[in-house]
Design a protein around this ligand. Structure first.
Ligand code: KG4
Ligand code: ZN
Length: 330
C-alpha cells in the first residue's frame, strides 16, 4: 500500500485530521470542534485555540488512522495546513506534522489553507463541472476564484479587510449573539425588513471585497439609534452583504465562462445566500454547486486531497523523495 495521505488542519478553531487513499477517496475525516470554548467570548480567542489544539491534535490524528483502519507505516505522506491562519494554532499542526514525519519517516507537505478550501468544492461528490467560478466565504476569508480543473486555480479577487464571516460574527455580537454569529443574524434577518440603507462597500470596484465599512456602519447605527429593531438591522445588513456577493459573482460569471458556480465556507450555510445564488444561476444558466456543509467548513480532508493533487497531478516538480523531512510550501 504505502500510498495513503494523512491530512492535518489546525489553522483556526477546529482540530482536524483525515485520511485519503491512493485513489483520492476519503477514508476518514475527524473534526474536533472548540465551539464550546469560544462561544462565551463572541469570537475566537487565539491563545485558547492554540492550547486546545495541543490537547486534541494527537487523539484526533489517532482517531483518523483508526477509522481508516491503517497504521502510519501505510502512509505515503503527511499534508498539513501551513497558513494562512492563527499563528499559534498553525504552529501546533505544523510541529505535530514535522514530528510525526520525522518519527515515521514520511515526507511532510505544507498546504495553503485556501487551496484546501477551493479543493473542497469537489471533495466527495465530484460533481463540479469545469470550468468553475468559486466563491469562498468563511470566517477567515472572502474570495472569488476561477478554476479550469484541480491543478489550475486563478484568484480573481479577495477581501481588502474583514471577511464576510467575520462581519456576520461582529454584527451578531452587536445584536447580542454568541459565536458564531452567522446563524443568529440569519434568523433575526428572516423576521425583519431591510429598511436601513447600509453601504455596499466596493460594489462597483472589480472583484475585490471590503466589509469593514459595512460593519462600522452597523455599529454607528446601533450606537446612535434609540431602541433599534434587531430584526431590521440584521435584515438590512444581510441585504447589503447579498448585494455585494451576488453582484461580484455575477460579474465574474459574465467575464469567465463557467459551467458551474461553487460556494464554499461557513457562510455558505446562509439560506439567504443559497437562495440568491440559486436565482443568479437560473438567470445565467450556470449550474449551482453547494457542497455539503461538512466539507464546506474547515476540515482536513480538503488538505489531504490538495496534497493528493500535488502528488498525482505533478503540479510542482521536485520528486517527493526530495521532500523527505522538509516541509514544502504548496
Ligand atoms: O468556514 P468556517 O467554518 O471557518 C473558517 O474557515 O473561517 O466559517 C465560519 C464562519 C463564521 O464567521 C460564521 O458566523 C459563519 O461562517 N456562518 C454563517 C452561518 N453559519 C456559519 N454565516 C451566515 N449564515 C450562517 N447560517
Ligand atoms: Zn477555513
Amino acid at each position: 500500500m504505502n500510498e495513503w495521505i494523512l491530512g492535518i488542519e489546525t489553522s483556526c478553531d477546529d482540530t482536524a485530521a483525515a485520511i485519503v487513499d491512493a485513489s483520492g477517496t476519503i477514508r476518514s475525516s475527524v473534526v474536533s470542534s472548540q465551539l464550546d470554548i469560544h462561544n462565551a467570548f463572541g469570537g475566537i480567542y487565539p491563545e485558547f485555540a492554540a492550547r486546545a489544539h495541543v490537547t486534541s491534535i494527537l487523539p484526533t490524528v489517532h482517531e483518523a488512522l483508526k477509522r481508516a483502519g491503517i497504521t502510519p507505516a501505510e502512509l505515503r505522506a503527511i499534508a498539513v495546513t501551513r497558513g494562512p491562519g492563527l499563528i499559534g494554532s498553525l504552529l501546533v499542526g505544523l510541529n505535530t506534522a514535522a514530528a510525526l514525519g520525522a518519527g515515521w519517516g514520511k515526507p511532510v507537505i505544507g498546504v495553503n489553507h485556501l487551496r484546501g478550501h477551493l479543493r473542497s468544492a469537489d471533495l466527495e461528490e465530484r460533481r463540479v463541472r469545469y470550468p468553475a467560478t468559486i466563491l469562498l466565504v468563511s470566517g477567515g476569508h472572502t474570495l472569488l476564484a476561477y478554476t479550469r480543473g484541480a491543478a489550475e486555480i486563478e484568484l480573481l479577487g479577495s477581501t481588502r479587510d474583514d471577511s464576510v464571516g467575520e462581519s456576520y460574527d461582529k454584527v451578531g455580537r452587536m445584536l447580542g449573539a454568541g459565536y458564531p454569529g452567522g446563524p443568529v443574524v440569519d434568523r433575526l434577518a428572516r423576521a425583519g425588513t431591510p429598511s436601513i440603507a447600509f453601504p455596499r462597500p466596493m460594489i462597483d470596484k472589480g472583484h475585490d471585497f471590503s466589509f469593514s465599512g459595512l460593519k462600522s456602519a452597523v455599529a454607528r447605527y446601533m450606537e446612535s439609534t434609540a431602541n433599534p429593531s434587531r430584526e431590521d438591522v440584521a435584515a438590512s445588513f444581510v441585504a447589503a452583504v447579498m448585494d455585494v456577493l451576488i453582484k461580484k459573482s455575477r460579474q465574474a460569471l459574465e467575464r469567465y465562462p463557467s459551467a458551474s458556480f461553487v460556494i464554499v465556507g461557513g457562510v455558505a450555510a446562509s439560506p439567504q445566500l443559497r437562495e440568491a445564488a440559486a436565482g443568479l444561476c437560473r438567470e445565467t444558466g450556470v449550474e449551482l454547486c453547494l457542497p455539503p456543509l461538512r466539507w464546506s467548513t474547515d476540515n482536513a480532508a480538503m488538505i489531504a486531497l490538495a496534497a493528493f493533487d500535488y502528488l498525482h497531478l505533478s503540479i510542482l516538480k521536485p520528486p517527493v523523495a526530495e521532500l523527505q523531512l522538509t516541509i514544502r510550501d504548496f
